[in-house]
Unconditional design. Structure first.
Length: 353
């Protein structure tokens, strides 16, 4: 039996795509192990999925000045030594890395033992961790066509891996949970597991107008439910929808979200008309802005600036997108790249023959 070690951590965006590969890997006969950080959020997710988990030391690599820069290089070195021990003991046939700082020592350790490494880059431009790890990668799978120029001939355009379960949702389950009817179309608002404060604000400021024509399911993020809005007809708010996200997706006629790559590739794979509100450059490295611009250029999405006061802009854009929903659905349906699982599995297969 061939063995693969998956690695990735720090955010759900570095973990859930790994889980999307698991059914296909198991079907192909791979034994699956996972390397993540000792205390990262990925630990519980992976262990709940029944995958053996190895925690290593992890330090963040920063481009800015911080007192932690004096300590974290030692954590990275410790992580490299930890990863070497795990890899030497487990003897995997291949490593698949989804990104996050914990993956850098894993990739370097795999290279030390001559084990092929596949990296997946979700965003249009590689982040610092993947930039460092790419030097030791055998192949780099990527989601956006614009990313190829950064990959020095190692790239394979696969798209982003999407969990199969997201295609199996039941609209009626989510409608019952939200107490929605069939008389008005439904908007799904999501800002990820942590929520998106400005998205929450602009949606709530727009409720009076939006609820005239739509029902709204609002996934606010942990500890971000505002009980002032409880009991409003046609509006249902929740922190997250971890176990029944597939049903919320199936229910939605239109999605409002941030522009993290995993989220927006879920939108396109499910052919859901959408409005993207990317995290501003002041709060990020600007990757969500680039992601959103690419999707708008390809005709998949409309983009709204992150402004909690722009309720009129949001209301107008919702009506515009919904009235032209068939145009967006066609563009997404005609796209060459949807679920990246098959493409990534093809690369894994070729490197483990």
């Amino acid at each position: 039996m061939k063995k693969i070690i998956l690695t990735g951590g720090g955010t759900a965006g570095h973990v859930m795509p790994n889980l999307a590969l698991v059914p296909a890997l198991r079907e192909a006969g791979f034994e699956i192990k996972y390397i993540g950080s000792k205390k990262g959020m990925e630990k519980g997710i992976i262990e709940n999925a029944g995958i053996p988990y190895f925690g290593i030391a992890s330090g963040k690599l920063r481009r800015y000045l911080s007192p932690k820069n004096l300590v974290d290089p030692f954590k990275v070195m410790k992580g490299y030594l930890d990863a070497k021990r795990v890899i030497k003991r487990e003897q995997p046939d291949i490593i698949f890395s989804k990104g996050g700082f914990v993956t850098v020592p894993v990739v370097f350790a795999a290279n030390r033992f001559g084990i092929p490494v596949i990296i997946h880059e979700s965003d249009m431009t590689p982040g610092l961790a993947n930039k460092l790890a790419s030097k030791k990668a055998t192949k780099i799978c990527y989601s956006f066509p614009e990313t190829e120029k950064y990959l020095e001939g190692k790239g394979v355009h696969t798209g982003s891996p999407i969990r199969q379960e997201l295609f199996e949702g039941e609209p009626s389950v989510a409608k019952e949970k939200c107490r929605f009817n069939d008389e008005k179309p439904i908007i799904l608002v999501t800002g990820g597991s942590l929520g998106a404060e400005n998205v929450n604000k602009v949606v709530r400021k727009s409720l009076d107008e939006l609820l005239k024509d739509f029902q709204i399911a609002h996934l606010c993020g942990r500890d971000k439910v505002d009980h002032e809005y409880d009991g409003i007809e046609g509006y249902a708010q929740f922190e997250v929808a971890t176990d029944d996200m597939k049903d919320f997706f199936a229910m939605a006629d239109l999605i409002i979200s941030r522009a993290g790559s995993n989220s927006i590739f879920e939108n396109i794979s499910l052919n859901k008309p959408n409005i993207l509100i990317p995290l501003p450059a002041a709060s990020s490295r600007g990757d969500q802005i680039l992601n959103a611009e690419s999707f708008k250029k390809q005709g998949f999405s409309e983009v709204l600036e992150d402004d909690p006061e722009n309720s009129k802009g949001l209301v107008d854009m919702v009506h515009q997108v919904f009235e032209n929903k068939d145009k967006y659905i066609k563009a997404m349906s005609d796209a060459s790249t949807h679920n990246g699982v098959d493409g990534i599995m093809d690369v894994i297969s070729k490197l483990t023959k």
